[in-house]
Unconditional design. Sequence first.
Length: 499
Amino acid sequence: MQLPVRPVLPGFHPDPSVCRVGDVYYLANSSFEYAPGVPIHRSTDLRTWEHVGHALDRPSQLPLEGVSASGGILAPTLRHHDGRFWMISTLLVGEPRMFLVTAEDAAGPWSDPVWIPDALGIDPDLAWDDDACLLTWTRFGEGIVQAVLDPRTGSLLTERRRLWQGTGGKFPEGPHLYRIGAFWYLLIAEGGTERGHAVTIARGPSPSGPFEACPGNPILTARGSDAPVQSTGHADLVRRPDGTWAMVYLGVRPRGSSPEWHVLGRETFACEVRWSEGWPGTAAPIQPDVAPELTEHLREAGQPLPPSWVAPGAFPADVLKGTDHGLRLTATAGPAFVGRRQEHLYLRARATVVTDGKAGGPGGSGGLELRIDARHAVRVEVADGRVRAVARIGAAHAVLGEAVATEAAAGGTTLELRVVPHSAASPFGTDMGPDEVVAGLHGTEGFRELGRIDGRYLSTEVAAGMTGRTVGLTCSAGEVLFRSFTYSGADDPEALDGG
């Protein structure tokens, strides 16, 4: 199978789980340290998806105090049963804790969590055998295990039993259990969520097995290939109304010279599924006809944030307030960041910021930031009457360039970040990263570059972790006022020229 180049959900949308109700499909993804948690999308064709809300949209559902980068919410499973949507996942803040929430409408509101204290591990799945609710999950050192769950109380009604450890790949995880015809099928990921990632499947006569591995395993992998989409795995099956099947799974799009880097995080892809001799196999890709471009504006005072906007370790409303003059961002316990996923290979982001109290600002320092996490980021900000472009790569901080701020005369300083193709000439050298990040400011004479950095330093291969880039508003001290924000993204860099 030639893997698709275009994801159905681009950017940081890992660990997809899908279910269908009538003619409509619903999809959930991991959100890790970002709130709101677990974005929910809806589709009628599996190709194009609408963001309809989050399963965890309030602090009572999502306690994030003390969460670290790539902690938080891992690997949800989304199902529809008995007239309700069910979402089960793991919260990783210190020790992992499993929980489930339910809703009549996938767009919400969702219930407060039912915690499952006796199921230690990650990647929970729900399935039903008559009246029994089956919890299947990954338990470290034991592989895939299962117990009967009381979903009202979170209590386990049976002892856990081991089901399967996969085909020998490391980290057997991400189980999903299905009853299809006369068999129960157990779909898992193994090989780790890096370049060895794969999807394998087994079947048995009952939900507890014994499970027989598919002779064609792995049924999906890109390992050892030159496919443009790598690290494919963590899949979920869904049956269409006409009886045909499809699969959603995660993958990454690495670029640059060897060993290549991916910067958008793990994205959601999809493909057809064909059955042969009682086993599923992957077939043609499911993808949008073209890679969609996007322009998103925040201009009108008091308008709500788009549902795609998130904050690490806090809800956006905790630090960002709408006023008559724009959006006021406050650094409370530390630097504040509110933004959106980078969903395109190339982008241009602009924000007009006021920090000078004489110009109507609250006084403080802040601006635009592109980040993998707080330790791997490029920021262009206004502070002490100057604009500075700053890069953070772990413990190393560097000022890429600076200039005098213009906000006193213009009512604000317009800052700009760009992600552009890498300028290295040869793909065989060691200097070609996936892209370049350019920081500067925008005025009456157009864009003025202050500095740039190789995009590999804002990649998962450098920063580690489970997320992808986000871009948005930051405040490093005090309060700052943002009069506008614009995100323009495209996979074709020429689509962003001339802005």
